[in-house]
Design a protein around this ligand. Structure first.
Ligand SMILES: [Zn+2]
Ligand SMILES: [Zn+2]
Length: 138
């Protein structure tokens, strides 16, 4: 058994792998439903507004975003979530799609172990924000 400190309430608890205690986990599950419904009604919101109007702690919302359970249409400018690899703003998860596919192909290459010739492919100027929704302004 391992004792860890809960990320949210700082209480030590016995963990089976997670970093969030059962009490906070339950709370987050409830928050998830609240926020999901709020986002469903208010697609172009931002985290501050969601936190204020749903009374869900911002850190819970951020946690849900990082877990990939919640997706906010656009968090550009919010500066809440960034790709862990290229630091680009993202709206869910931990990595942007490009980096995720790069990681996936790296794993592919490792398993098939091709040693030489690395094709360099970069599509940097491809705009990947379609119909960017502005948030926080109307
Ligand atoms: Zn806790
Ligand atoms: Zn990235």
């Amino acid at each position: 058994m391992t004792f860890v400190q809960c990320t949210f309430c700082r209480k030590p608890f016995t963990s089976l792998g997670g970093r969030i205690c059962p009490a906070c986990n339950e709370q987050i599950d409830r928050d998830f439903i609240t926020v999901r419904e709020y986002i469903y009604e208010n697609k172009h919101s931002n985290i501050d507004k969601i936190a204020k109007e749903t009374e869900v702690p911002k850190q819970h919302i951020i946690h849900l975003l990082k877990e990939g359970r919640l997706i906010i249409d656009s968090v550009d400018g919010d500066g809440i979530l960034f790709c862990e690899v290229c630091k680009k703003p993202i709206n869910t998860g931990r990595m942007c799609k490009e980096c995720m596919s790069k990681v996936a192909s790296t794993i592919d290459k490792k398993t098939s172990s091709s040693s030489s010739s690395r094709p360099k492919q970069e599509h940097k100027d491809e705009p990947n924000i379609k119909g960017s929704a502005k948030i926080g302004s109307k």
